[in-house]
Design a protein around this ligand. Structure first.
Ligand code: PLP
Length: 428
């Protein structure tokens, strides 16, 4: 396949006519498809329906320690839920707090508490002239939305195939005391599906921040979200690496069962050093009398242990894998060799990240929308919604049924071609 950039103006004009005719056919179909968010499909939600049956009016609703889960209390989670979530994120059960239904909520709370009350006795961020966060890009829009909401200045750090550019992270963190945090999705990252290498994790653990209240926000959202049974990414455990490196307090590790059981009705957790947990619990004891213990019990009785979760995740994988492969096959068949886009092949997570020619992403997403397919907004993967190259587009294959995903992806590659042809014609 001849690269578009090597084609003559006449060749591109002929191609443009053909592509426009194809696009018109798509418009006539009157599609109404949504590929915008990484939600599990209804079929995936069905996998967890058994969870609705493990508790009923005749169930013993006392947890292992004999506490009645229907009542108030147990601020940091029932012991068996701590053990389940601790196993899930590979930390000791005494270094975890179980929260409510959303890890994003825990992350928001963590930033909010640091703003108003500081971190382990340090000056509250709201009293400082400037607070900054490092943001590996492309990244998760809702992380960026939290720091933007609190007026925290976000600094882009490019992702590499091994994780964030650690030379840059080390330099910035050690020189600038205004940098108080970094957003990380270390495994099957959102949106690229990259897993940080051992060296990256060790370099994180060994950071020498100028700010004593600098924390790594380690969002372990996709720890067990593999696509394959026999080809899975592994990652070093950050809490113990930080301990080994003499930085035990430098990380907060977040997680939830949102995309294991039910998004919006899962169980979330934070793991950190004892010092950090003590600091967090001071706020928590004012904030709530306890989270939803019945839901914690439901999760424990349904999954039983980590093996139960692993078996369950392979059922998700059986649904997700063909969807990822469908999208990747279409990208490969339709776009390889044309040099108008690049993408990675993740082994897990929820997204495929597509990089179009510079200056094309917004136009591609707009073109897809005009023909009835809503994608994640271009720019969403960057702080402030500003992709400096206007190039990155997040593809979320999980939600649409297969037939719709097929059509949406075909339309997407067509829009990539059309917009790229226009872009190249500008310079001919
Ligand atoms: C990286 C990442 N973190 C957190 C979340 C949301 O997690 P929760 O449902 O626990 O709030 C998502 C959801 O897409 C995500 O992609």
């Amino acid at each position: 396949m001849k690269a578009y950039k090597d084609r003559s103006k006449e060749e591109l004009l002929t191609l443009k006519n053909e592509l426009e005719a194809e696009y018109k056919k798509f418009q006539e179909l009157g599609l109404k498809l949504d590929m915008s968010r990484g939600k599990p499909s209804a079929e995936q939600l069905d996998i967890s329906m058994g969870m609705m049956d493990v508790l009923n009016s005749s169930t013993d609703l006392k947890c292992r320690e004999g506490i009645d889960c229907r009542n108030y209390g147990v601020i940091d989670g029932i012991q068996e839920a701590k053990e389940l979530l601790a196993d899930l994120i590979e930390v000791p059960a005494d270094k975890i707090i179980i929260y409510g239904n959303s890890s994003l909520n825990v992350m928001y709370d963590t930033v909010a508490r640091s703003m108003t009350h500081g971190v382990m006795g340090s000056t509250p961020w709201c009293k400082l002239d400037k607070v900054k966060f490092l943001c590996p890009v492309p990244g998760y829009d809702r992380h960026f939305a939290i720091t933007e909401y609190f007026g925290i200045e976000m600094v882009n750090v490019p992702m590499t195939p091994e994780g964030p550019d650690m030379d840059m992270v080390e330099k910035l963190v050690s020189e600038d005391a205004a940098i108080k945090g970094i957003w990380c999705v270390p495994k099957y990252s959102n949106p690229q599906g990259i897993t940080y290498s051992d060296e990256t994790v060790r370099r994180f653990a060994g950071l020498k921040p100028a700010a004593e209240d600098f924390r790594i926000y380690w969002d372990n959202a996709y720890n067990v979200h593999h696509l394959y049974e026999d080809d899975q990414d592994n990652i070093l455990e950050i809490l113990s690496e930080c301990e080994k490196a003499g930085n035990p307090d430098m990380v907060y590790k977040f997680s939830s069962t949102s995309k294991i059981s039910f998004p919006g009705s899962g169980v979330a957790a934070i793991s950190a050093s004892y010092n950090n947990l003590k600091d967090i619990k001071k706020q928590m004891s004012i904030q709530t009398i306890g989270h939803d213990k019945l839901n914690q019990l439901r999760h424990v009785r349904y999954f039983r242990n980590l093996d139960g979760i692993k078996v369950h995740m392979m059922k998700h994988a059986a649904i997700m894998r063909p969807k990822f492969e469908t999208v990747l096959d279409i990208l490969e068949t339709e776009l390889s060799g044309l040099e108008i886009g690049s993408w990675l092949k993740p082994k897990g997570g929820y997204f495929i990240s597509f990089d179009a020619l510079d200056g094309c992403a917004k136009a591609i997403v707009a073109k897809a929308k005009e023909a009835g397919v809503v994608m994640t907004g271009a720019g969403a993967t960057y702080p402030y919604g500003k992709d400096p190259h206007d190039s990155n587009i997040r593809i979320a294959p999980s939600f649409p049924p297969m037939e719709e995903l097929l059509q949406a992806t075909k339309l997407f590659v067509l829009c990539v071609k059309l917009v790229s042809v226009d872009k190249l014609l500008e310079s001919k």
